[in-house]
Write a protein that binds this ligand. Structure first.
Ligand code: PMP
Length: 448
């Protein structure tokens, strides 16, 4: 059975974000078949603790009957119907209203998509539309952060600040600029980099600044506390829109409903996906401010030539509404904050008893552990030691799935378990991380 599946996988399934040659050489390493709470089981019967919520998205955990039921009920009643032009339907209307009630003040109108990449591409087009209908078409440029990840569609690939993604099909689009992130830098330096880019581009040509409240795929990079307030002020000074990409940080991940709320900053636009349905249905969206919506209402004449078949999918909307209800009833945003604190404390203790743990950081249940050769000086390992790979494999052996990040010669283990995790499970995760890193130390010949 398993060999047969591996052969079929090699022959017919081009995996997303993967090495095609490695797949052909080694076959799929793990084929999952079942999920329950924070755990996943593969076809050999081995259980894993899903410590990155799969793709940072399964916020309420696996195997929730209520969501299956919500989908089935909506599918039986009306699986799909258009929301184009003058058509609408109750699930999308109710979800838009619900999201507007959860997002920070003033962000009240939602455009739906099928995921994060479509959301960021839509945000690029909607902010450009906003400027165009005000006779400011020259405001086209999009500035974002190095190490930022915003997706792989046409524009979102270019908003992404990880060069590996640009080269795959040629190069990135024009009018996209990347500035220094706050990672391993001071707020002054990061703000100066943005200011310089705006000045050099010509402030009147910049449409928007995009950033994740916490850079996820770049390695869970948490900004200093004064970073976003100063970003907000700088954008206001130049009349530039601020777009917060909440695809990972939205829906409770950071111990607040939305990540940017950790710094009391209100963006002009927010994009979301992942946690809105906990991955039970592909759905995302863009939320715009009243100011932007009012300009649309007044000046967007004729048809808005932008819409996906599945914008506001009724079944997806029904699943999202049930998912949000479960989050609210189970106080999962609060649990994310509490369990995140416990995880941070536990992993800080792990750092004390090991030799190669550098920075340990968490906001809610979004965090990372960095592995370094010398924690005091923050000296990094040579990349040919493949420390991250070793750690991810050691974790895997112990039945813990984490995500490794190695861009720019870093060794970062990202950790973001489902928001339903409890104290015992946090302790189990901490133990698994400790044992895995201890094994890496032994492999590297580091003794205690
Ligand atoms: N933005 C962020 C911050 C993301 O982390 C991701 C996906 N990891 C995306 C956008 C793209 O979302 P999707 O994969 O659903 O297109």
């Amino acid at each position: 059975m398993s060999n047969n599946l591996i052969e079929m996988d090699k022959r017919h399934f081009i995996h997303p974000t993967s090495s095609i040659q490695q797949q052909q050489k080694n076959g799929a390493k793990v084929i999952m078949e079942e999920g329950d709470g924070i755990y996943l089981k593969d076809i050999t019967g081995k259980w894993y603790l899903d410590a990155v919520s799969s793709l940072w998205n399964v916020n309420i955990g696996h195997g929730r009957e209520e969501l299956a039921k919500a989908a089935a009920e909506q599918m039986k009643k009306m699986a799909f119907s258009s929301a184009f032009s003058t058509f609408s339907h109750e699930p999308a209307i109710r979800l838009a209203e619900k999201i507007a009630s959860l997002t920070p003040e003033g962000l009240n109108a939602v455009f739906f998509t099928s995921g994060g990449s479509e959301s960021n591409d839509s945000a690029v087009k909607l902010v450009r539309h906003y400027w165009k209908i005000q006779n400011r078409s020259e405001r086209r440029k999009i500035i974002s952060l190095k190490r930022g990840y915003h997706g792989v569609a046409a524009a979102s690939t270019s908003v992404t600040g990880i060069p590996e993604f640009w080269g795959m099909a040629g190069h990135m689009m024009t009018d996209f600029i990347h500035v220094d992130t706050h990672y391993n830098s001071t707020t002054d330096q990061a703000i100066a980099s943005l200011r310089q880019a705006i000045e050099e581009s010509g402030p009147e040509t910049v449409a928007a600044f995009f950033a994740e409240p916490i850079q996820g795929a770049g390695g869970v990079l948490i900004p200093p506390d004064d970073y976003f307030p100063r970003i907000r002020a700088l954008c206001d000074d130049y009349g530039i829109l601020f777009v917060a990409d909440e695809v990972i940080t939205g829906f409770g991940r950071t111990g607040k409903m939305f990540g940017i709320e950790n710094w009391d900053v209100i963006p002009d636009v927010m994009t979301f996906a992942k946690g809105v349905t906990s991955g039970y249905f592909p759905l995302g969206g863009v939320v715009v401010s009243e100011t932007i919506h009012n300009v649309f209402k007044e000046k967007s004449l004729g048809t808005l030539f932008h819409g996906f078949t599945y914008s506001g999918h009724p079944t997806g909307a029904a699943v999202a509404l049930k998912n949000i209800e479960i989050m609210e009833q189970g106080q999962l945003v609060e649990n994310s904050r509490l369990m995140g604190n416990r995880l941070l404390l536990g992993l800080k203790k792990v750092k004390e008893s090991l030799e190669i743990v550098g920075d340990v950081r968490f906001v809610g249940l979004l965090g990372a552990v960095e592995l370094v050769e010398e924690p005091v000086s923050n000296k990094r390992f040579a990349q040919d030691q493949h420390v991250t790979l070793k750690a991810i494999e050691a974790l895997h052996e112990r039945g813990v799935i984490c995500r490794g990040v190695t861009y720019d010669n870093t060794d970062i283990i990202c950790i973001a378990p489902p928001l339903i995790i409890n104290q015992e499970q946090v302790d189990q995760l901490v133990e698994g991380v400790y044992e895995a890193i201890l094994k890496v130390q032994q492999q590297l010949g580091i003794k205690r």
